[in-house]
Write a protein that binds this ligand. Structure first.
Ligand code: Z2T
Length: 806
């Protein structure tokens, strides 16, 4: 009723609309919620009160969004991701908050950008993930080596809401028994152990809209309450504590591998725990509407972020057949109508496979269902391709190896209605290589491409407020943050001298800020007038940080060989690296060590001075990226062609007015198409030639590039410390077939860096390139991605919002 509504509105605590109102709310929280006086309000109290004031308003919008989505009951999207690399932070207000680092790299950050776009575009959508107690480790560099330190981030997180009433009991182990009831035989999964999933919700506000979606993270705890008092009273204290610890272990830690799967039992437990809790939640919500089961895919779209949540396919089939009593075929139609699968890599070591024995032990009923799915699938293949025994072996969900393995990507394809890659080249590659047979079986329409994107709200407006403001002044205000194609209006201002000058000043100021960060964290003084050359991303041989550092050594040797007069004509450069190595990835750690060892020599070489500095930034993460991306002149995206599915930092750097040097790989190709070939520095062999080159290395005579050879000789002479430390990196190229084509691409890489130097000398031309590139980056917003997924895969529409009702 209207009078009550008005009264309720007046009583709303979060009523601020301006700065003064906001300040009042902060003071109110300091004095009441925290029971402190403003006179002894320290940083932590200020931080707490500030976030609580924001939070109040967030909650109101959040509740209304959820009520409205429930009331309208239109189709919802569920984004299942084992990683969300959020990075919440109120920068510069206080340094209290740190990243919610629940992810490794690109895959988790993509999920976070997607949540931002889903809310901004008013889609009814939920994210589901795991509430790790420990996110990605903190990296320290000690004596040039990476040391991992646990990241305990849950101390005080004002953005999460425990839902102790939203719990799901998850079963593991046990056995399957057949039971006949009413003439029908059903499978019953019994025994084993139960772990309880507790929901923690994080509000996800959209930009310039009241829509506030939900990210639900599951935390594990023992199902028997605190501990088993029976056992406790019987004196079996230890085993009751052990049970509790075993349960809590499930959501204890994020596996720190990027593009690698190691097949650990605990990882499979994490996956099932999260998937089963999420599906229970989704099904529970669907059942409230009392619709018939065949309408499930009209109400629910579930996107699988890589194969990590693939068990969701099996779990939904199990719920429908074993619990809800549907026929197999009817259930399977619902399942395949519900799921979409996104592939993020073609690297063989990253494709998930689980030993059949492990699945059998942990999830006995699921293994039976997987076998049945496979049986029906192979029967249909046999029908379509009679007398082709080979294709059956190749596409079987069960790999007939020793031990037998469940191929999760194949299961994901068979159980979904759409499969997509994340950039054009990548989507073509999966269709012609790892999933070729499936294109034959299902036809090409099941496979599609959605090129990745990034949210301009975080990666431009928040990370680079001055540039965002300058752009707004030329593009008709902040609308471009919601329609990034409006950036194209910048092009008509390229001739405007004052505009170019302001642009250059902002870049310089961002470089000064990074230079200060470098000084504060490494002690090295860098000249902000130098060309800042940045490679920040996970350390991986395929991403080729080794190519970069070998190139840096080559530059150092070239400078050393010059006369002082020649040196004076050279362009000063700062080579900046950052990124974590998976703790078990020995070679990646050696690469970090080499970078630091080169820095230690070069940075104190008085012949060189400002001409070359080599920096390794410790603990690269989302909040550091927000400082680094706006400060680069050129960034490196130099993976072996065909190995980087998309890359997304390439987009972040260009959007912030930096140019890139890169290979014809992933989204670099589409960036080139958009911004024009003259605005990017491409080099190296093409994806279609990689196989032949590798073959030639192994079966022909393998000659190393002579300039690279000189670099190797210098390392072996001990110029950068004990050469033994780096012998494996050199041997990988010289003796072990140079799988990543470092030598093949070296010459082209060095030459292209020469072109970079030349282009940078012409500052006016350089800035024109930067502005042109930014103007043409509209395509790479994650808003465009979400609209494509909504249209092509999910068949969902945004929910119109009435701002007045908020
Ligand atoms: C990851 O970050 C990516 C792919 C993975 O495949 C796993 C992880 Cl943790 C299983 C990255 C890709 O390497 C990168 O090219 C891409 O841009 C990103 O996912 C988002 O699609």
């Amino acid at each position: 009723p209207e009078p009550q509504r008005e009264a309720w509105k007046r009583n709303q605590i979060a009523s601020f609309t301006d700065k003064d109102g906001f300040e009042k709310e902060v003071v109110r929280h300091v004095e009441t919620t925290l029971a402190r006086s403003m006179f002894n309000c320290d940083e932590i109290a200020a931080y707490s009160a500030t976030s609580l004031a924001f939070r109040d308003r967030l909650i109101t919008h959040w509740n209304k969004t959820q009520q409205r989505q429930t009331y309208v009951d239109s189709k919802r999207v569920y984004y299942l991701s084992l990683e969300f690399l959020m990075g919440f932070r109120i920068e510069d207000v206080v340094k209290q908050e740190h990243d919610a680092a629940l992810g490794n790299g690109g895959l988790g950050r993509l999920a976070a950008c997607f949540l931002d776009s889903l809310a901004t575009l008013n889609f009814p959508a939920w994210g589901y993930g795991l509430r790790y107690r420990y996110g990605i480790f903190k990296q320290e560099i000690i004596d040039g080596y990476q040391v991992e330190v646990p990241d305990y981030w849950l101390d005080f997180n004002p953005w999460e809401f425990p839902r102790h009433d939203v719990t799901v009991d998850i079963q593991f182990f046990g056995q399957v028994n057949k039971k006949t009831t009413g003439g029908r035989t059903i499978s019953v999964w019994e025994g084993g152990e139960i772990v309880r999933a507790v929901a923690y919700d994080v509000p996800i506000p959209g930009y310039d809209t009241p829509t506030t979606n939900n990210l639900r993270l599951w935390s594990s705890k023992a199902s028997g309450g605190e501990f088993d008092f029976q056992k406790f009273n019987n004196g079996d204290y230890e085993s009751s504590v052990a049970e509790q610890q075993r349960a809590e272990t499930i959501s204890a830690v994020l596996y720190p591998n990027d593009n690698l799967e190691r097949g650990k039992e605990l990882r499979l437990k994490q996956q099932y725990f999260w998937v089963a809790a999420s599906l229970y939640d989704i099904v529970r919500r669907f059942k409230k509407s009392r619709r018939p089961w065949n309408e499930f895919p009209d109400q629910v779209a579930i996107q699988l972020n890589d194969t990590h949540p693939t068990l969701a396919i099996v779990e939904l089939q199990r719920i429908l057949v074993d619990i809800e009593g549907l026929e197999w075929d009817a259930a399977w139609e619902i399942v395949t109508g519900t799921f979409g699968y996104t592939n993020h890599t073609v690297l063989p070591e990253a494709l998930e496979k689980w030993p059949v024995g492990l699945v059998q032990h942990l999830l006995p009923r699921h293994l039976q269902i997987i076998y049945d799915i496979n049986l029906f699938f192979l029967q249909s293949v046999e029908k379509a391709f009679p007398s082709d025994r080979e294709i059956l072996r190749r596409v079987s969900i069960i790999e007939e190896s020793q031990p037998k393995m469940v191929r999760m990507a194949f299961l994901a394809i068979v159980g979904s209605h759409k499969v997509n890659g994340v950039a054009e080249l990548h989507s073509d590659l999966i269709k012609t290589t790892i999933f070729k047979d499936f294109v034959e079986i299902y036809g090409p329409d099941k496979f599609t491409n959605v090129t990745n994107g990034i949210t301009p709200r975080r990666w431009l407006h928040q990370a680079n407020p001055r540039l965002s403001e300058l752009i707004a002044s030329k593009c008709g205000g902040n609308e471009f943050l919601k329609d990034l194609t409006l950036l194209n209006q910048l092009e008509k201002h390229i001739g405007d001298k004052k505009f170019r000058k302001e642009w250059a000043e902002i870049k310089y100021a961002n470089k000064v800020r990074l230079a200060k960060h470098i000084k504060d964290t490494t002690g090295v003084v860098v000249n902000p007038a130098s060309l800042f050359d940045v490679q920040v991303k996970r350390i991986h041989e395929y991403k080729r940080q080794q190519l970069n550092i070998f190139g840096v050594i080559h530059r150092y040797l070239t400078l050393k060989a010059m006369t002082p007069d020649e040196r004076k004509k050279q362009l000063p450069r700062v080579s900046i690296f950052g990124g974590k190595a998976a703790p078990g990835y020995w070679m990646a750690k050696q690469i970090i060590h080499l970078i630091n060892s080169v820095g230690a020599v070069v940075n104190k070489d008085e012949d060189i001075g400002d001409l070359l500095k080599v920096i390794f930034l410790e603990d690269y993460n989302v909040s550091k990226a927000e400082i680094i991306c706006p400060a680069s002149d050129i960034s490196e995206h130099i993976s072996t062609a065909g190995t980087e599915a998309s890359g997304t930092s390439n987009m972040k750097f260009v959007l912030n007015g930096g140019l890139i040097i890169g290979t014809c790989d992933g989204a670099n190709i589409e960036i080139t198409r958009e911004i024009g070939e003259s605005n990017i520095f491409l080099f190296g062999n093409l994806s279609e030639d990689v196989e032949d080159l590798r073959h030639a290395h192994n079966y022909g005579s393998h000659t190393i590039d002579p300039d690279l050879d000189k670099v190797f000789n210098e390392i072996e002479d001990g110029t950068f410390g004990n050469p033994h430390d780096f012998s494996a990196m050199i041997a990988a190229v010289r003796q072990h077939g140079d799988y990543y084509l470092v030598s093949d691409d070296f010459h082209s890489y060095i030459e292209t860096h020469q072109l970079v130097d030349e282009a940078y000398r012409n500052q006016d031309g350089w800035i024109a390139k930067c502005i042109t590139s930014v103007a043409r980056m509209g395509f790479f917003t994650s808003d465009r991605c979400i609209n494509e997924y909504a249209e092509e895969i999910w068949n969902v529409e945004p929910l119109a919002v009435d701002r007045r009702s908020f």
